[in-house]
Design a protein around this ligand. Structure first.
Ligand code: FMN
Length: 444
């Protein structure tokens, strides 16, 4: 089953981890070394991505620093000290005019009213460019900051997430677009008929509403979702308008795409109302040799302490230090399996089983892009790859995850974007002023 996408082009997001996606990116001389708390750095990234006409920029988030062994964490700045994303995006909104501004907020450690209000405010401040990435939390240590010893169980988190997103969406519909008459002659500011209380009562939340923020030019923020498990897919098919997902091979990606879109009908939705945007780490060179050299250099910068910590964490906090780093993943990992519902856990076990990778090879593969796909080559090789995935109905677009910043973004913008344009695969001008208009999504 294919989708009719006449004339449609790729949708591109730019996902910014402060110094870049590669776990050792901060050690590369081109990286902005204090990036996490350097506003000018983010402003320039946003402006570069907007000049290139990316649909959106995306900031991930966690409500905790990383938890782990100090000897590894001291070598690994990601998620240790960085801006709260909605605050950062509000400032970036003032310096940009077209690019979508998307951030994560977890449904596990927030209340729907707060989340609805913050994203609705960003949506108004940016003139209709906000998007909310719904996650159920991957960082286990968030629990410690919210009075718990551990996350609630995986599927139960999704249960809460489903009701949470319903409430947020309900609150976003509090005001009709023409609710504010603001008529000095009659002294009437808003029409009460056009203000709707939510009066939600459910197993997790009781929320009366209405929201104290008006509708934005795009109606409501765009809903993104980033879980690929069975329950994650159901939530996405029911509510998400775009999905971020780690997909490393084309056939499983095509199956994921078809599966996700196939689930939408039962929720009364059309397939085009959800865009599938897997992560892609492009490492671009003017020649293949140059690209390979860049990649090899980054991989050589990964300290084993960091590699073992990163891999062990995704395997349910399994301590890999006692094992031979150049030997196989021990069988105990599978039995340990506390993280069994998580996509990364299954992915790493799959690589170990199918490709017989050693612990070092596994962490190198996983650490580079944290389980997402890295493509190394010239601009035309990378464009070939992206085109093949798009033409095969494996994707509607990509979430571009530069390995280093600003260098990796600049390379992509200077080299790959023109190649995509040349092939008619990517826009030369924004279609509209809102994120919905640019992503081809209906007004919310
Ligand atoms: C591109 C991408 C971005 C993500 N961003 C976040 C994030 O900012 N915060 C978070 O807690 N989890 C994030 N996640 C993790 C997912 O929300 C989710 O926890 C993970 O995919 C496991 O869920 P699953 O078992 O349903 O696949 C992200 C995942 C992907 C693929």
């Amino acid at each position: 089953m294919t989708d009719a996408r006449p004339g449609e082009q790729l949708h591109l997001g730019a996902f910014f981890h402060p110094t870049g996606h590669h776990v050792a990116s901060w050690l590369d001389e081109s990286a902005q070394i204090d990036a996490g708390t350097n506003f000018r750095h983010y402003a320039e990234l946003a402006q570069t991505a907007e000049r290139a006409k990316f649909d959106l920029m995306f900031l991930a988030d966690a409500l905790a620093t990383r938890d782990g062994r100090p000897e590894a964490l001291r070598r690994w700045p990601q998620y240790m000290a960085y801006f709260e994303p909605l605050t950062l995006l509000s400032a970036i909104a003032a310096l940009t005019s077209r690019i979508g501004l998307v951030a994560t907020a977890t449904t596990s450690y927030n209340e729907p009213y707060n989340v609805a209000r913050k994203f609705a405010s960003l949506d108004l401040i940016s003139g209709g460019r906000a998007g909310w990435n719904v996650v159920t939390s991957s960082n286990q240590s968030e629990a410690f900051n919210f009075g718990r010893e551990a996350h609630i169980e995986h599927d139960a988190r999704y249960d809460r997430a489903e009701e949470f997103t319903d409430v947020v969406r309900g609150l976003w519909k509090s005001w009709d677009a023409d609710a504010f008459v603001r008529d000095r002659s009659t002294g009437i500011y808003h029409d009460p008929e056009k203000l709707h209380e939510l009066n939600h009562v459910g197993p997790h939340f009781r929320v009366k509403g209405p929201l104290n923020v008006a509708r934005s030019p795009q109606g409501e923020p765009v809903l993104f979702q980033a879980g690929s498990s069975e329950v994650g897919r159901e939530l996405a098919a029911r509510t998400a308008e775009a999905v971020f997902t780690p997909q490393t091979y084309m056939e499983p990606a095509r199956a994921f795409y078809a599966d996700l879109k196939g689930r939408m009908k039962k929720f009364g939705r059309e397939r085009w109302q959800l865009k599938v945007m897997p992560g892609l780490n492009p490492i671009v060179g003017r020649t293949l040799a140059e690209a390979e050299e860049k990649h090899a250099h980054l991989q050589s910068l990964i300290h084993p302490d960091v590699g073992l910590e990163l891999l062990g964490y995704s395997l349910g906090k399994f301590d890999l230090r006692p094992y031979d780093i150049d030997g196989p993943l021990p069988d105990e990992v599978e039995r340990h399996g506390t993280n069994a519902g998580q996509t990364a856990f299954r992915q790493i076990l799959g690589w170990a089983r199918d490709e017989h990778l050693t612990i070092r090879q596994l962490y190198q593969r996983f650490a580079g892009a944290r389980g997402q796909r890295t493509v190394i080559g010239t601009a035309s090789m990378i464009a070939d790859d992206m085109q093949a995935w798009f033409d095969s109905y494996a994707v509607d677009g990509f979430l571009i995850q530069p390995s280093t910043l600003p260098g990796g973004l600049n390379d992509f913008v200077e080299l790959v974007i023109p190649e995509l344009r040349h092939r008619g695969l990517f826009r030369t001008e924004y279609e509209g002023t809102t994120l919905r208009a640019n992503m081809g999504l209906p007004i919310g």
